[in-house]
Design a binder for this molecule. Structure first.
Ligand code: HEM
Length: 353
């Protein structure tokens, strides 16, 4: 994870520089932080996973967003087996975008493979790690018996790209909104950051020791989980408590509802109170399975440490340089399509420190 820190630092500092320019005249300005944080998180995942900056990978991001936009109505429609192979307008668009993404990613991968074959050291990013493990395992990219095929490497990169860029922006956005509203917690978080780093660039060890910030991020994840629900299929008949679940049944796990349930979290379940995480997650949950913003079990999010480190880096840099409050033009309207997003943006007033 430590190797990813320079990527997070570069992306966050790029965003901070833009905000500094915007506040340079009046000392303060109103910003819709949602769009900046989406770009920050896209940039972070791009640099960390592909070593390419957001600017270079912009076309890929545009394509993935376009594909999701076209695919959502198709996914939400009544399921008909084999329908996705019927050449409807939407299906043809999805396939065309897919081909374009594959071509772009193939270009990046092939450039890297050439460099590795020419004796260059593999880069310390996800793609570099996948390709290097493949050069040991698999000298023939079409040999399906060893290592990953080129298509599989592409698929892995695409999953990372898609799974990694959205939720961290969501976490950071709700954090700024809540800290904009709860000035006492913003002040406590800033005090901790300044005591740890002063105005210097945050380092890995320091970020891992920010207790107040960790409590704040846990509480934001509890109240505004980026992924609001999970679905699982029951594979064999099972009894859970008094409920019998036959094989084949789909079960919905409503993360958001469980994490705000008063029976599990007490009468103040819906209030923002990071203090509840003061003694860690197991104390806060009293041993219940009531906090699972990153999922649970074998399919738990593999990017949770990545997301927390990126969020801490960005938040520490913001707190060092700005104080902020909610703008009167902010409308609170969390919307749950895909991830839990602020439907009308996240308008914050930034003040230069
Ligand atoms: C605050 C940020 C994030 C949240 C709240 C989050 C949440 C989740 C959740 C709820 C799941 C589903 C787990 C399950 O089915 O049990 C998941 C899966 C996944 N996440 Fe994240 N995630 C975040 C950031 C990231 C990042 C930054 C990456 C990549 C670097 C990432 C990569 C993945 C992948 C690849 C999966 C699929 C794992 C699998 O199916 O085996 N996530 N995430």
């Amino acid at each position: 994870m430590q190797l990813m820190l320079p990527a997070f630092s570069t992306s966050s500092n790029d965003m901070i520089k833009k905000w500094e320019t915007m506040t340079s005249n009046a000392g303060s300005c109103e910003v819709d932080v949602w769009s900046y944080l989406q770009q920050l998180s896209a940039d972070g995942i791009s640099r960390a996973a592909f070593g390419s900056s957001y600017e270079e990978g912009r076309r890929i991001f545009e394509l993935i967003s376009e594909q999701i936009f076209v695919a959502i109505p198709v996914i939400n429609a009544v399921y008909i087996p084999g329908w996705r192979f019927v050449p409807t307008k939407a299906n043809r668009k999805i396939m065309q975008i897919d081909r374009e993404i594959q071509t772009l990613l193939k270009g990046i991968i092939q450039k890297r493979k050439k460099a590795i074959n020419n004796g260059e050291k593999a880069k310390d990013d996800l793609l570099g790690i996948l390709l290097q493990s493949n050069t040991h395992e698999n000298h023939d990219e079409h040999d399906k018996n060893h290592g990953l095929t080129l298509e599989e490497v592409i698929r892995e990169c695409k999953i990372f790209y898609m799974a990694g860029r959205g939720p961290t922006a969501v976490l950071l956005t709700w954090t700024l909104i809540l800290l904009g509203k709860h000035q006492d917690w913003q002040a406590r978080a800033r005090e901790e950051v300044l005591a740890m780093f002063g105005k210097s660039n945050p380092n890995f060890q320091g970020l891992n020791h920010l207790k107040i910030m960790n409590m704040i991020l846990q509480e934001v994840l509890r109240l505004y989980p980026a992924v609001t629900q999970l679905t699982r299929m029951v594979h064999k008949d099972i009894k859970v408590g008094d409920i019998f679940l036959p094989a084949g049944v789909m079960v919905n796990l409503p993360i958001l509802l469980v994490q705000q349930d008063e029976k599990l979290w007490g009468a103040n379940a819906k209030e923002f109170n990071p203090e509840r995480f003061n003694k860690g997650i197991s104390k806060a949950t009293e041993g219940n399975m009531s906090f699972f913003s990153f999922g649970w079990g074998p399919r738990i999010c593999i990017g949770s440490n990545f997301a927390m480190l990126e969020a801490k880096m960005a938040l520490a840099l913001i707190l060092q340089r700005f104080s902020f409050e909610l703008s009167p033009s902010y409308t609170h309207a969390p919307s749950g399509l895909g991830t839990l997003q602020p439907q009308f943006g996240a308008y914050i007033i930034l003040h230069r420190l």
